[in-house]
Design a protein around this ligand. Sequence first.
Ligand code: GMT
Length: 374
Amino acid sequence: MNIGIVCYPTFGGSGVLATELGKALADKGYGIHFITYQQPVRLTGFSANIFYHEVRVPAYPLFDFPPYETALASTMVDVVKNNTVDLLHVHYAIPHASAAFMAKQILAEEKIHVPFITTLHGTDITLVGRDKTYAPVVTFSINKSDAITAVSDNLKKETLDNFDIKKEIDVIHNFVDIKRFSVKPMDAFKKAIAPNGEKIILHASNFRKIKRIGDVIYTFNKIRKSIPSKLLLVGDGPERHMAEELCRELGIFEEARFLGKQQDMEDIYAIADLFLLPSEYESFGLAALEAMAAGTPVVATNAGGIPEIITHGKNGYLNEIGNVEQMSNHAISILGNNVTLEAFSAAARKQAETFDIHNIVPKYEQLYQKVLNK
Ligand code: GMT
């Protein structure tokens, strides 16, 4: 089977998931055509079954806003016509689902029938998609999808509560490659970050408001007063400047390392003792799952789909949004006792195993087959 995958090629969770899915399918012998505006960040190495098609958006002085969606739909048409593509799988509804619908209609005019599947990831539904500027197109194109998936039960509910969806939504949870994330702690790297054996607290995100980066820093500031620790911040985005300022204001800039965007996350998770995810909302929280796969317990909020991966008091803790006191107390309770830390770490890894790539990817394969058999 040959599949066209459309996603955001950046460090965001939807692009990461889509790329890992494409790579896993290629390993199983599927032909995978990535259709994106730049090479997806996790698309490294060579596979004979993977093809990359760049969406070019030519500039023209008339355009204040280059028509990306039109360029994407046209590229999808071109890829389908010039390659063997059985179905399109688009990740993140905006504008991928409506572009896929347009491509499907254009191809149908030429008697080429290609179904498309839309995977909803989070802010395409809960934040951006709900805005009335986008909502009618998002609703229409989700309903026109040949199959719809959501990455958590919570996101399915959010979609049904907020959009007039007339089709079944299948929940296929996000996944992680356990084998890849179970790297041994890298002693030299750990020593460079925490030379005196301090505990390492990690946060990784796109530094948007929804991630509540301020809460990461305030929580860390409370933890470090009880337990010698260092903070690692991975990623970049609009809140980074504020975060750096806050660290300076609190006098903890030396204890915090801003690493920017990173490729080899498995090496970073491997040295972390605890992952902080104080988000306002997460449909799933892929970064938390990756941390857990590396045996890192997670202190997070009780928001969105996070409770679908974290079991309170076992492999991490779920907290009220914004309650930094609660988050730091829970973090201290894990980090303050090595026996507890080891128990949480083992439980985190065990929980991540249920979301292993080998358990989840077959669900997408079954869905592809079902759509093609229709
Ligand atoms: O976290 C983000 O804001 C990026 C966003 C994306 O689409 O790249 O992430 C969403 O999709 C991820 C993969 O399915 C989920 O793990 C994240 O929880 C979700 N983010 C939000 O819901 C805020």
